[in-house]
Design a binder for this molecule. Sequence first.
Ligand code: NI
Length: 169
Amino acid sequence: MGHPILGEKSRAVTEFGSPALASLIEDMLDTMHALNGAGLAAPQIGVSLRVVIFAVESNPRYPHVEPIPQTILINPEIIPLSDAQESGWEGCLSIPGMRGWVPRYAHVRYSGYTQTGEFFEREVRGFHARVVQHEVDHLDGVLYPLRMPDLTRFGFEQELFPATAVMPE
Ligand code: NI
C-alpha cells in the first residue's frame, strides 16, 4: 500500500494467449500460493493490467469459508444482482498483517475472459462475491480500507483476533 501502481486504473489486456500473459499469470499464481492469499491482482506484483486470479481450497487465512475454484479472470466486469450488502473481514497481501470490516454486494454476476480469450460469466454470492469484488477493485486503484465506512474496525490481525494463531500474509 502506497505504491503508485496500487492507486491507478489498470489497462485492459488486448492480446490473449501470449507468452507474456502466460508468464504474468504464472508469477501471480506462484505469489498467491506462496503467501496463502485468496486472490491476487496484477498491480500487486507491479503490472498495471486488468488480470486477477483467485482460489480458495482449504486456506488457513480463511478457515471457515466455502471453496472457490481457481479462476483466472481478465478484463472483468461485475454487476450487482441486488442492492443487498454484507460486511465481512478482509485482508490483502498489499496490506500485510491487517484486517478490515468491509461491506460488499452479496450477490453479483461477473464476467471476463480466460487466458486464451474465451468469455465466461458466473453468478455468485457470499465469500466468492466478496473476493471477486476485492480483486477487481485493485484494477481501479481501490484498496479495501477505501470501502470501509467505519475505520474503528481496521487493525492488526493479532490485535483484532488475539486468540487466533498468527497466520502468514
Ligand atoms: Ni487485495
